[in-house]
Design a protein around this ligand. Structure first.
Ligand SMILES: [Zn+2]
Length: 233
């Protein structure tokens, strides 16, 4: 692998991690702020608001980490089973596998002759590696580590969700909804803009999208909290 390939690989891996971290933080901000706004709309006391903030922060981070661990583990299991099946097929039916590989290169635009030559050479060099990469489409970048992914997304949720918890601790209860909404939207816009810019996408589109859906989520929970508050008040 050339220095440039390594740079590209680092960039893709880094941007994958950044995107996962930003998504986790977004979830933390939005779900904790929404819960806090809902409870603040129903309550005039600080204790239940802080309780809801901390409970949703911890529950959200744990479920995010557990969900990520389970989904990445099952993806890893599937990939491992595919690779094992491929290894057995290469042992049992090497000729068929070779022509299958050549067909993949023909579909990618090589002549049949060149495709077969490439398939023969890559098979001689590392048959399983060639099939895993070109037939199964599995590469180092897609092989995430479940525990790392779980810690990253749970940790990102905690960092994002800490913001509404801090606001819940210090802002006056009668201004809680407004401050929660304003600080959450500000943080979401910042994160949305950074991750779009890093990924080379349009920051404006990302900002409008997150502001719209953030407003919907927090607005609806405020309405539910408000009606819940007056019905039990
Ligand atoms: Zn194969």
């Amino acid at each position: 692998m050339t220095g440039e390939d390594e740079l590209v690989q680092h960039f893709i891996t880094r941007s994958n991690w950044l995107r996962a971290a930003v998504l986790g933080a977004n979830d933390g901000i939005l779900s904790v702020a929404s819960v806090v706004i809902g409870v603040a709309a129903a309550s005039t006391e600080r204790e239940p608001i802080i309780l809801a903030a901390v409970a949703s922060l911890v529950a959200g981070a744990l479920s995010m980490a557990a969900g990520e661990y389970v989904s990445v583990s099952s993806q890893t299991d599937i990939e491992k089973a595919d690779i094992e099946r491929e290894r057995i097929e290469l042992e049992e039916i090497p000729e068929i596998e070779l022509s299958e590989l050549a067909k993949i290169y023909v579909r990618r635009g090589l002549t049949e002759e060149t495709a077969m030559e490439v398939a023969v050479q890559l098979t001689a060099h590392d048959a399983l590696g060639a099939h895993v990469r070109d037939e199964l489409g599995i590469n180092e970048i897609s092989q995430a580590n479940p525990l790392q992914a779980a810690l990253a997304s749970g940790g990102a949720f905690l960092v994002g969700g800490a913001l509404p918890v801090i606001i819940a601790l210090f802002i006056a209860v009668d201004e809680m909804e407004v401050y929660q909404y304003a600080t959450a939207i500000l943080a979401l816009v910042l994160l949305g803009g950074i991750s779009a810019k890093t990924g080379g996408a349009s920051p404006l589109k990302a900002i409008l999208r997150i502001t719209f859906w953030g407003t919907i989520a927090m607005g609806l929970t405020a309405i539910v909290g408000y009606y819940f508050g007056i019905s039990v008040g």
